[in-house]
Ligand binder design. Structure first.
Ligand SMILES: NC(=O)c1ccc[n+]([C@@H]2O[C@H](COP(=O)([O-])OP(=O)(O)OC[C@H]3O[C@@H](n4cnc5c(N)ncnc54)[C@H](O)[C@@H]3O)[C@@H](O)[C@H]2O)c1
Length: 398
């Protein structure tokens, strides 16, 4: 590559910081400008990315001819206008999901994106995961016979109502769309039929846990469970995240603990077990494949806008089915207030709101969980916990 790709970042929140950190650690990228409407976020950007232009409005990013790629990491309601502006300014785009806050606008954007000659990737991070790629390759070799059943689960004591991400919708859309996408990716087919059941925890208006089961057009059956309901007030927090792919002859499964991922593949010729870094949102993989795609002038394996919009549309439809099926209520508004109060004082927890003042100024190396996600433990808090554990195990000097 002759020179580094120059990126303009719009939105320096949790995901924006993660993308900037991944670009700073890659020799294919240079972060030219960062824009955020929040003064705190701009202050952090100035410290974390010295030498980068810091902006409160994105206009200068679109008009700067030397900027090749725009990263759009604000919330869903701001994204449609930003994508259109970036494409008319002839920029390539890395966008967060969902593309917009409603499905009709998302499809309109897919039309615009597919009619343009620019590369647009959407951060469906699972598609950059080594563990899914290994399992899919094993299945493609015929090791489990014909894929028949998919069981996918993602439950954490995560993000609570009123903690942000309102334009992204309740958890089954905000986070669940990732798992709706994973099932469709594995099945190699389109969703045909489903039934969804939800539960309105703490008497909140939206279901905060949903299970959907049904089948794809090719007959593969699935069940998907997603909920930020998994022991919010437990002394020791835990989670339950897995994928099971069951074939006519063998099986593959993946479990992770947000630090490591383990795959176990029981095929007709081989049994393979492997543990590797979970690598959080795999942003290092995304920025690498994006940069190589720009140089090659074609998509070398980035998640597409169309895949993102299908996942968004289906997860909204499943969520609406769960709502139509009359989700019962468990827990009270008082319980919800107790959890919110607990989370405000929590230093280590899942999907805690991330404030610029609490974030590290230095980029966390790729492969270690960065503080870049709405669902899992914040990397900063884990790093602090590790440092505290090291300190307490060091022999005390007299
Ligand atoms: N792919 C994933 O796994 C994943 C995980 C978490 C979040 N997300 C998505 O990433 C996006 C960002 O989420 P987040 O958790 O980083 O949110 P966040 O609230 O931490 O960050 C958003 C940032 O954008 C800024 N902002 C808002 N409107 C703006 C505008 N018009 N111009 C400039 N800056 C603006 C805010 O000040 C904030 O700093 C969301 O769409 C969310 O759905 C994706």
């Amino acid at each position: 590559m002759k020179r580094r790709l120059r990126a303009g970042i719009v939105g320096y929140g949790r995901m924006g910081r993660g993308f900037v950190a991944a670009m700073q650690q890659s020799d294919l990228w240079e972060v030219a400008a960062i824009c955020d409407i929040s003064p705190d976020a701009r202050e952090l950007a100035g410290k974390s990315a010295p030498g980068t232009q810091i902006l409160s409005q994105p206009g200068a990013i679109y008009s700067d001819k030397s900027i090749d790629v725009v990263g759009l990491f604000t919330l869903a309601d701001a994204r449609p206008g930003q994508i259109s502006q970036a494409l008319s300014a002839k920029k390539h785009v890395i966008a967060e999901k969902p593309l917009a806050a409603d499905v009709a606008t998302e499809w309109q954007l897919v039309k615009e994106i597919e009619a343009s000659d620019r590369l647009v990737a959407v951060n469906l991070f699972n598609r950059n995961a080594w563990y899914h790629k290994d399992i899919l390759a094993f299945i493609a070799e015929g090791e489990i016979g014909e894929l028949a059943i998919l069981r996918i689960c993602h439950m954490t004591p995560g993000h609570m109502p009123t903690e942000g991400h309102e334009p992204e919708g309740p958890p089954f859309h905000d986070c669940g769309m990732h798992y709706v996408d994973v099932a469709r990716w594995y099945a190699h087919s389109e969703y045909e039929k489903w039934h969804a059941q939800g539960i309105r925890m703490w008497d909140y208006k939206d279901p905060w846990w949903v299970n959907s089961h049904g089948h794809f057009a090719n007959g593969v059956v699935f069940d998907i469970t997603q909920g930020f309901v998994y022991g919010h007030l437990a002394v020791d927090k835990t989670h339950n995240c897995y994928v099971d792919a069951i074939g006519t002859k063998g099986i593959c499964r993946m479990r992770h603990n947000f630090i490591d991922a383990t795959i176990e593949m029981h095929g007709i010729h081989a049994t393979v077990k492997k543990t590797g870094l979970f690598n959080d949102k795999k942003l290092d993989v995304m920025v690498d494949v994006f940069a190589r795609s720009v140089v090659a002038g074609k998509n070398l394996g980035m998640p597409s806008a169309r895949d993102s919009v299908i996942a968004s549309e289906v997860s909204w439809a499943m969520l609406n089915d769960a709502i139509a099926n009359g989700p019962p209520v468990k827990g009270t508004k008082r319980d919800m207030q107790e959890i919110l109060k607990h989370r405000r004082t929590l230093r280590s927890g899942y999907g805690l709101p991330s404030r610029p003042q609490g974030c590290p100024e230095d980029a966390i190396p790729a492969g270690q969980p960065p503080n870049a996600c709405g669902e899992e433990l914040c990397g900063l808090q884990e790093a602090e916990a590790r440092a505290a554990a090291r300190e307490s195990s060091e022999p005390r000097r007299p």
